[in-house]
Design a protein around this ligand. Sequence first.
Ligand SMILES: [Zn+2]
Length: 202
Amino acid sequence: MSPTHPPSTPRSVAAARLDGGRLCLDFVNTIHDRYAVDVEDYVQDAQRFIAWSERAGALGPGDGVHAPRAVHARAALMREVVALRECLHALFAARIDGLSPPAEAVRGLDRWLHEAWASQALGADGQMHWRADARDARLPLKRIALDALDLLGGPNVSRLRRCANTTSCGWLFLDTTKNGRRRWCAMETCGTAEKMQRYRRR
Ligand SMILES: [Zn+2]
């Protein structure tokens, strides 16, 4: 997480950090600070969501996906972005806290997974490919849902962590350190902030 910006001046998408270690975690981390009253949302409109998806790898250069033009289509997309993001945050947070996942969040991800599977077709090469009609602004959400399934159902799920900065972060990350004791979303942001605080207290 980077230094505090007032929500009125959203940072550029290019400046958004990707510290989660996985696409689905970076997506959940597009809320800059989960403890803030007035949160900064990196993907607060359809264009920013598409730009962020390209930056984070949820869209590739060959996808040719653009933000929808119609106002109502943009609004509908953003409702889905927010809903999937909250659903994934609830699932990951439950996992980290050792709680059972909220049923609504399970249903939410399940719906996206089925959409993602229905959007692919088996090719002659034996691989699954996105259908041509799936190459729209909802494609990143399908890729994010598949990545979340891969994480939740895989061996790395025990490495899921929440940043130890309990006042101004709330980001989730995958701890890939050997000893499994990483505490911060990033040492140079939250880790440094904590070190500074300890220094000042002395
Ligand atoms: Zn952090």
